[in-house]
Ligand binder design. Structure first.
Ligand code: AMP
Length: 395
């Protein structure tokens, strides 16, 4: 069982239906971050270099099955042309005849797939129609692979298929991180709430050797062990769940590392006066005190944990990293992980939610082995769920 890459399929002279993620943020008609476009360039370039013609399928925004002019893909044509270095033909209502009338090396962009309600319903008729537009299906939109839609799953089953270069890189990084990692493998899971990461925590403790818990989530775990953390962000209704995760980790032989000290303030604001205090089951904060970051000893301990690992998965910050100095532990730990990665002793794979922003803030995003920008799909993979868009590529 595996998936094809662009190297496994003969695409010369073929129309290659290529599902991409070009759902770029825009303000006043201008693209504010073109990263998603830049990341599909290798796939488009490779398809054309191999003599194929890409027919791009993509969604944009959430039109909910209705044509909405403000969510048309047409305004992206100039940016795509600049990125690909070739003309891009936009088509609102595609047909095979129209596509066959274009030059054999043309790049064709089909209007927003979500303008039809059949897309998100994964309607077989839409999948059939899309399949009629191409000879081969290539999925380069890992970030949409957790959705079973006509353009991500249905059509894949109707044509010879393969992963695009970005999908390939993403799958290889995720497989190296969790499916068959170089051990010991550890994870940092931080961020606001346990409730949004329950599946993630449960899957990780069953598979990895060390789990570092940080951020508001760590407060819930410490409180579940008896600490009174005052006004700290935590979920009192999840104390039982936190204890269950600790027991599951113990049973699976996964070591849990919680912060042993924390940066504590009385207001949630940049530069708020703060103290660093010991954190354990006996900690008693005053009613208006909040743990907003892991402390300096914790940062050293986390760095020491990294030193024992060969693979590290990272999701979520260790504190309220948007308001310095409560980014201190996140930045220190991220720098340590990056230094080990650069030294060749650690494979680092990060993604999901605010993780990319936190690593950018630490100035180390470039140094990680792989940073996923796939958000929800990254998390679902790490939760151990089957992604329909990936499953459909399995041979
Ligand atoms: P998530 O999207 O679950 O990864 O959570 C990220 C958010 O958690 C960021 O906005 C952080 O500011 C917030 N956060 C992390 N640690 C804390 C904390 N100790 N107190 C309050 N907010 C936190």
């Amino acid at each position: 069982m595996g998936w094809n890459t662009l190297d496994d399929i003969d695409i010369a002279g073929k129309r290659v239906l290529t599902r991409v993620d070009i759902n770029v943020p825009m303000e006043d008609g201008r693209i504010t971050d073109a990263t998603r476009i830049e990341r599909i360039v290798p796939t488009i370039t490779d398809i054309r270099a191999k003599g194929g013609s890409p027919v791009l399928l993509a969604h944009f925004g959430r039109p909910k099955g209705q044509p909405m002019p403000q969510m048309s893909l047409q305004p992206l044509v100039p940016a795509l042309e600049a990125a690909f270095g070739c003309p891009v033909v936009f088509v609102e209502r595609p047909s095979r005849d129209f596509i066959d009338a274009q030059a054999s090396d043309a790049v064709i962009l089909v209007e927003n797939t979500r303008f039809s309600p059949m897309e998100e319903a994964n309607d077989p008729q839409m999948a059939q129609f899309l399949a009629s537009l191409g000879d081969i299906y290539c999925n380069d939109a890992f970030s949409a692979a957790h959705r079973a839609h006509a353009s991500t799953a249905g059509v894949a089953q109707l044509l010879p298929n393969c992963a695009g270069r970005l999908m390939q890189a993403e799958l290889q990084a995720l497989e190296a991180a969790l499916s068959h990692p170089k051990r010991p493998v550890g994870a940092v899971v931080g961020g606001a709430k346990v409730s949004t990461k329950l599946d993630l925590l449960q899957n990780l403790v069953a598979k990895i050797d060390v789990l570092v818990i940080g951020g508001g989530m760590a407060n819930t775990f410490l409180a579940a062990q008896g600490a009174d953390l005052g006004a700290s962000l935590q979920e009192a209704d999840l104390h039982d769940t936190a204890r269950e995760i600790l027991s599951a980790a113990k049973a699976a032989g996964c070591r849990i590392v919680l912060p042993s000290d924390g940066r504590v303030a009385r207001e949630f604001a940049a530069g708020a006066p703060h103290d660093v205090i010991v954190l354990n089951a006996d900690t008693r904060l005053e009613a208006d005190q909040m743990v907003l970051d892991a402390g300096d000893i914790s940062a050293v301990e986390i760095t020491e944990v990294f030193g024992t690992l060969s693979t590290l998965i990272w999701n979520g910050p260790l504190g309220a990293f948007e308001i310095p100095p409560f980014d201190t532990a996140t930045v220190a730990a991220a720098k340590a992980a990056a230094a080990q990665t650069s030294a060749g002793t650690l494979i680092t794979v990060a993604g999901g939610g605010d993780t990319v922003a936190a690593l950018n803030q630490a100035g180390v995003a470039e140094n990680f082995t792989y940073i996923s920008t796939a958000g929800g799909a990254f998390l679902e993979w790490m939760e151990g769920k089957e992604l329909p868009g990936v499953a459909a590529l399995m041979q």
